[in-house]
Ligand binder design. Structure first.
Ligand SMILES: [Zn+2]
Length: 231
């Protein structure tokens, strides 16, 4: 009853008579970024059982297929590793949080006394997607961070802020090409430079930003230097 080796060779020459069909069973769903139709889509997670078919009729089990993700829109099938990529919505939120956290870290390092630094930070944070961000709100947040950490103006980057920076930037870094990561660092640099040259605390905060964005420290130094040099 079981087909032998010779029979298998024949099946290859007779694909229309003998083939393999996979019966898919949904085991979960969610939202993902579909590279096939290019957007945030619903997906179904499928587990498949393959069967040998003769004239389209399943006759013999052929084992399990690897778990698969099917796009609800284009019906494209992908390996489950596709779910490691953030959706566009999630990616935008990560980017927005990153800029907000970098702005807070740099402002906390430099102190809130400077109106120009607050204005530069608020413009950057609004551009990143927090449309109702104001100078007053940022100022209040920085004061809250300072009160929370018992921090005195001018101290190096406090451990709490370094953790916040890593939490906001670590998950984003693998999904952002180098120019995107550099652009976040440069946003921080512009905020630091708005009220004059970098202070040691601002440099320290920006070095933490660069490290969390997995930028080589030589690149961080070069970028910070070029941002501080009028062209
Ligand atoms: Zn699709």
């Amino acid at each position: 009853m079981l087909p032998g080796r010779g029979r298998d060779d024949r099946t290859a020459r007779l694909p229309r008579v003998v083939g393999t069909r996979t019966a898919w069973t949904p085991i979960g769903d969610g939202e993902f970024f579909c590279p096939g139709c290019g957007g945030d889509r619903n997906y179904q997670r499928l587990t498949g059982r393959r069967r040998l078919t003769v004239l389209g009729v399943p006759v013999l089990p052929r084992g399990e297929s690897a778990p698969t993700v099917e796009c609800a829109a284009c019906r494209g099938h992908y390996g489950t590793e596709i779910l490691d990529h953030p959706t566009t919505t999630r990616f935008s939120a990560m980017l927005r949080d990153a800029v907000h956290t970098v702005a807070l870290a740099v402002l906390t390092a430099g102190g809130t006394s400077s109106r120009t630094a607050l204005e530069t930070a608020a413009v950057a944070v609004r551009a990143a997607g927090f449309e109702d961000c104001t100078e007053e709100r940022l100022s209040a947040l920085v004061e809250a961070v300072e009160a929370d950490t018992g921090r005195i103006h001018g101290e190096p980057c406090v451990p709490g802020l370094a953790i916040e920076l890593h939490e906001a930037l670590d998950p984003l870094a693998p999904h952002l090409a180098a120019p995107g990561r550099e652009s976040i660092l440069l946003t921080g640099a512009r905020i630091a430079l708005a009220d004059g040259p970098y202070t040691p605390a601002e440099r320290d905060a920006l070095a933490t930003v660069g490290a969390a964005l997995t930028l080589p420290s030589a690149d961080v130094s070069r970028l910070l230097h070029s941002a501080g040099t009028p062209s």
